[in-house]
Design a protein around this ligand. Structure first.
Ligand SMILES: Nc1ncnc2c1ncn2[C@@H]1O[C@H](COP(=O)(O)OP(=O)(O)OP(=O)(O)O)[C@@H](O)[C@H]1O
Ligand SMILES: [Mg+2]
Length: 318
């Protein structure tokens, strides 16, 4: 539904986005994840036709955003990072206004306003002035505005930024409910967001795509090793030595010791399930095994790995 091919965007001498390629399939929710300054907003502004690319090609629903901007825009709804605020307008009035700009036929306008207001849970504030709404409600008005012409594609730049935890959950649910009917690409620098809301993730750092996949695939790909936490009661040095001799184990790190109970972090080859052998090693030596569990990398760890790796690799080698 969206194809981004070799997109580069420069601001003067700054390369904000460098040769980025990815696609968003029909009906999926794609998360565009990256730290501040990664190039998320820039990419989204090119996709929505607000910014011309320096090079590369972007198509939305088969229309080149540079060559057929009107057709592409007809298929796209955009919630910008800082939505323009028409603070004096009332909600219903503003949505009708947005609809007219986007070419919604006059006779359908009232119905469209009602529909998006219900979807975005703002039916109860239709007559309120936008400037007097809370941030969360204003964000919903922004989302409703993006959907007013019933576009196939929704581009949402940090849709949950600045919301309270309850509003974040509501917004995520709303976005999930749009999947299938709409193709959604949303940007965020918050990890749990993509795990909870997105079918697939593109991770961007310093203008480059550094990873792509489902949240689960990313986790699996990056786990070069499996980590097992072993807690036992006994002489820590001996236990450590014994665990190190288990086949497939690559590293044993003492994590914690209290009241004679010691916890080790054991790294092993990815393909090997060493848990049974670890348990046997402890029990055979008559030490008490108190706990044994795997501890995968959290998405947080992965994100940090991905977004700090490039920086260190790019450090001048002198
Ligand atoms: N109008 C502009 N002129 C010059 N440089 C810009 C402009 N807009 C963005 N940049 C630069 O381009 C890079 C990418 O910015 P962008 O806003 O796309 O990042 P982002 O991923 O959206 O970040 P954030 O999470 O902070 O919103 C940054 O280095 C930024 O300073
Ligand atoms: Mg941004």
């Amino acid at each position: 539904m969206i194809q981004v091919q070799d997109l580069t965007k420069r601001y003067g001498t700054t390369v904000a986005v460098s040769s980025v390629s990815f696609e968003v399939r029909k009906g999926e929710v794609l998360g565009f994840l990256g730290p501040n300054g990664a190039g998320k907003t820039t990419t989204m502004r090119v996709i929505t036709g607000f910014l011309p690319p320096s090079s590369g090609k972007v198509t939305v629903a088969g229309h080149d955003v540079a060559e057929q901007p009107l057709e592409a825009k007809r298929h796209t709804g955009y919630l910008p990072e800082n939505p323009p605020v028409y603070t004096d307008m009332r909600v219903a009035e503003y949505l009708a206004f947005a609809g007219r700009i986007k070419g919604v036929p006059r006779r359908e306008l009232r119905n469209r306003v009602r529909e998006v207001s219900e979807k975005c849970a703002i039916a109860d504030v239709q007559r309120r002035q936008i400037g007097k709404l809370s941030k969360g409600y204003r964000q919903r008005v922004g989302l409703a505005q993006a959907m007013i012409h019933n576009p196939d594609v929704l581009v949402l730049d940090e849709p949950t930024a600045g919301l309270d935890p309850k509003q974040i959950i509501e917004t995520r649910e709303m976005i999930r409910s749009l999947a299938g009917q709409h193709t959604v690409v949303l940007s965020t620098h918050i990890l749990p967001e993509v795990a909870k809301t997105c079918d697939r993730v593109v991770v961007i750092n310093a203008g480059n795509v550094v990873a792509e996949g489902t949240p689960q695939e990313l986790t699996e790909r990056l786990q070069g090793f499996e980590t097992v936490l072993v807690t036992a009661e006994g002489p820590e040095g001996e236990i450590k030595a014994k665990l190190e001799r288990v086949e497939g184990v690559t590293l044993v790190d003492q994590r914690d010791i209290a009241n004679g109970r010691v916890t080790f972090e054991v790294h092993a080859d990815k393909q090997k399930d060493v848990r049974g052998d670890l348990a046997r090693a402890v029990v055979e030596s008559q030490w008490r095994l108190l706990e044994l569990r795997t501890s995968g990398l959290s998405l947080e760890d992965i994100f940090l790995k991905l977004t700090t790796r490039d920086v260190s690799e790019e450090a001048p080698a002198n």
